[in-house]
Each structure stands twice: as structure tokens, then as C-alpha cells.
Design a binder for this molecule. Structure first.
Ligand code: HEC
Ligand code: HEC
Ligand code: HEC
Ligand code: HEC
Ligand code: HEC
Length: 203
């Protein structure tokens, strides 16, 4: 608690020094919008944050606002119907990416299930146009952190999805329940004797 108070005091000082108004005003931008100037890529490894706001958010472990998804998808309902993570996130146990399901997969069931639901009609409209649903990403790392992540070794080591993503049976659209900081990764790597040299996770 004391450490927390000190952090706030230090941060407030930092804000006064850099000038709260101007800096915050020009740094409030979507956190992961590649079109935004805040989505800064640097060819060299740097600990810098693209914006002051992002530095402050990281310092206090403030999770970004939940993504606004185009469809009111619900993990809860689909998991309650007995579907498995890998039905929709195929490849999670084989490679780096968990991947997101295509609209075709949704329509495999929703051609016939719940077709009068306005949300399902919206899905059908994407499908008819030949477009995928433009899902917003929930978990990511800043390009400036130069982190790469592989799902497969974790799944093969028996680590549950919930360790890093929370209990999806309680979530509608995914929300960032777990803050995947470097400390979080390292704690477990040390405990399980997984590699901890910098190049394991950084490129
Ligand atoms: C050790 C932590 C960890 C575990 C365990 C884990 N994930 Fe992830 N997951 C991540 C990280 C980190 C990202 C972000 C990766 C990135 O942006 O490079 C991510 C991203 C995702 C994404 C977004 C799409 C993608 O491929 O990046 C999905 C979907 C996902 N995970 C599903 C799952 C499922 C399903 C499981 C269990 C079978 C699982 N995850 C287990 C850490 C984990
Ligand atoms: C294996 C079949 C299956 C697949 C694949 C599937 N769904 Fe569903 N979905 C269901 C069932 C069953 C329900 C529950 C219908 C009910 O309660 O009437 C449902 C319900 C829904 C609902 C309504 C939820 C609510 O709050 O009432 C939405 C929205 C939805 N699905 C979206 C999707 C999307 C998006 C995809 C693709 C990523 C998808 N579904 C893939 C079977 C499926
Ligand atoms: C019926 C298909 C379906 C099933 C089953 C399903 N998901 Fe998802 N998942 C999705 C869709 C669609 C999205 C994109 C919308 C969102 O972010 O919620 C998503 C998003 C996610 C994300 C956030 C991805 C990102 O953008 O970073 C995670 C994490 C995730 N799912 C984990 C899981 C886990 C763990 C399970 C099993 C316990 C699971 N999902 C089961 C369809 C599914
Ligand atoms: C709950 C425990 C746990 C957490 C949390 C975790 N890891 Fe791991 N990680 C492991 C284990 C266990 C392995 C497998 C080691 C092996 O196969 O020898 C592994 C393997 C890896 C590998 C492959 C290493 C190699 O050379 O084979 C990478 C990369 C990695 N983790 C990155 C991350 C990152 C980045 C995070 C944080 C977002 C993270 N891990 C969080 C336990 C964890
Ligand atoms: C097990 C995985 C892992 C290992 C090993 C690791 N890191 Fe990291 N590191 C991360 C993750 C994940 C982040 C991003 C955290 C975030 O975005 O909140 C990060 C962030 C950083 C950052 C801040 C970058 C930024 O822009 O936020 C620095 C600096 C850093 N790491 C340096 C190192 C150094 C030096 C080593 C070796 C001594 C190392 N890391 C080893 C996972 C790891």
C-alpha cells in the first residue's frame, strides 16, 4: 500500500514536470490501431513507450478499455453448449497463433441456429458480402516491446488457457482479465525451469 502511494506521488510529479495538458491531450489514441501514430514501430529494441499515456497505463497496470466488437459474441453461451476452445481457435496447440474463427465457421451453425436474432442477421450479412467479421484484438504487445509469443509449447506443457486469459465461461466477448507483463511471464518460467534469457521472448 505504501509503495503504491509513493508510486502515485512520483507519477504526479512526473505529470507536473512534463505538463499534463498538452501531453495527455495528444496521446489519447486507440492503443492498438495500426493507423494511429501511437502505433510506433522502431527497428531497434527500445524500452520506450509510444505515448506518455501508455507509459502511465503500464506503470500502474491499468488494462486498456475493452475492445468494441462488431458482434455481441458470447463465449459463455457457446462453451455452455459444450464447444471446445480448439473448435474455434484451431492451431493453438500446434503453432504460435491461436487464430480467430472465420465467418464461415459461424455460419456452419447459424445458417439454421437462432436465425431471427438481429446479431445472427448481422453475421449472415458479412457472410453474404464475402467479408470476415472485423474483430478487434484484445491481447497484444506493443511493437516497441519486440516480444514474440508461441502458444504451442505452453499448451503442450499443460498450462491452461485460463492462466493467461481468465475463465472464458464467464466472459461474453473476451476481456483482458490477465495483464501479461514481463514479470508474469518470468515468474512462471523461473518456477517451471523454462528458458529465461532475453532472446527467448524478445527479438
Ligand atoms: C502462457 C500464456 C498463454 C496461454 C496459456 C494461452 N495464451 Fe492465448 N495469448 C497469450 C498471449 C501473450 C497472446 C498475445 C500474443 C501476441 O499478441 O503475440 C495470446 C493471444 C490469444 C488469442 C488471439 C489470437 C492470437 O492467435 O494471437 C487467442 C484467440 C488466444 N490467445 C486463445 C488461447 C487459447 C484458446 C488458449 C488455450 C488453449 C490460450 N490462448 C492459452 C498468452 C497465452
Ligand atoms: C457448433 C455450432 C455453433 C457455431 C460454430 C457458432 N455458434 Fe453461435 N450459437 C450456437 C448455439 C447453439 C447458440 C445458442 C442459441 C440459442 O440459445 O437459441 C448460439 C448463439 C449465438 C449468439 C446469440 C447469443 C445470445 O446472447 O443469445 C450469437 C451472437 C452467436 N451465437 C454468434 C456466433 C459467432 C460470431 C460464431 C462464429 C465465431 C458462432 N456463433 C459460431 C452455436 C454455434
Ligand atoms: C464458438 C467459437 C468460440 C469458442 C468455442 C471459443 N472462442 Fe474464443 N473467440 C471467439 C471469437 C469469435 C473471438 C473474437 C471476439 C472476442 O474477442 O471475444 C474470440 C476471442 C478470444 C480471445 C481474445 C482474442 C484476442 O483478440 O486477443 C481469447 C483469449 C479467447 N477467445 C479464448 C478462448 C478460450 C480460452 C476458449 C475456450 C475456453 C475459447 N476462446 C472458445 C470464438 C470462440
Ligand atoms: C504458467 C507458466 C507460464 C507462463 C505464465 C508463461 N510461460 Fe512461456 N513457457 C512455459 C513453459 C513450461 C514453457 C515450455 C518450456 C519447454 O518446452 O521446455 C514455455 C515456453 C515458452 C517459449 C518457448 C521457449 C523455447 O525456446 O522453447 C516462449 C517463447 C515463451 N514461453 C514465452 C512466454 C511469454 C512471452 C510469456 C508471457 C506472455 C510466457 N511465456 C508466459 C511456461 C509459462
Ligand atoms: C519469458 C518472457 C520474457 C523474457 C525471458 C524477457 N522478457 Fe522482457 N518482456 C516480456 C514481455 C511479455 C514484455 C511486454 C510487457 C508489456 O507489454 O506489458 C517485456 C517487456 C520488456 C521491456 C519493456 C519494453 C516496452 O516497451 O514495454 C524491456 C526493456 C524488456 N522486456 C527487457 C528484457 C531483458 C533485458 C530481458 C533479459 C534479461 C528480458 N526482457 C527477458 C517478456 C520477457
Amino acid at each position: 500500500m505504501a509503495a503504491f502511494t509513493t508510486r502515485w506521488r512520483t507519477a504526479l510529479w512526473a505529470l507536473v514536470v512534463v505538463g499534463l495538458g498538452t501531453n495527455l491531450a495528444c496521446s489519447i489514441r486507440p492503443r492498438h490501431d495500426p493507423a494511429s501514430p501511437a502505433y510506433n514501430t522502431s527497428p531497434v529494441f527500445t524500452p520506450a513507450h509510444p505515448t506518455l499515456l501508455s507509459a502511465i497505463q503500464d506503470y500502474f497496470d491499468i488494462a486498456p478499455a475493452p475492445a468494441k466488437q462488431p458482434i455481441a459474441f458470447t463465449h459463455k453461451v457457446h462453451l455452455a453448449h459444450g464447444m471446445q476452445c480448439t473448435d474455434c481457435h484451431a492451431g493453438v496447440d500446434q503453432g504460435p497463433d491461436a487464430s480467430l474463427p472465420s465467418v464461415k465457421l459461424c455460419m456452419a451453425c447459424h445458417q439454421v441456429i437462432d436465425t431471427n436474432n438481429p446479431q445472427i442477421k448481422k453475421i449472415a450479412a458479412y457472410y453474404a458480402k464475402g467479408e470476415d467479421i472485423p474483430w478487434q484484438r484484445v491481447y497484444w504487445f506493443y511493437p516497441s516491446a519486440h516480444v514474440w509469443f508461441w502458444h504451442a509449447p505452453h499448451i503442450q506443457a499443460g498450462i491452461s488457457c485460463a492462466t493467461c486469459h481468465g475463465d472464458m465461461r464467464q466472459q461474453t466477448v473476451a476481456v483482458r482479465k490477465v495483464n501479461l507483463t514481463m514479470g508474469f511471464c518470468l515468474n512462471c518460467h523461473r518456477m517451471k525451469h523454462a528458458p529465461v534469457d532475453c532472446t527467448t521472448c524478445h527479438f
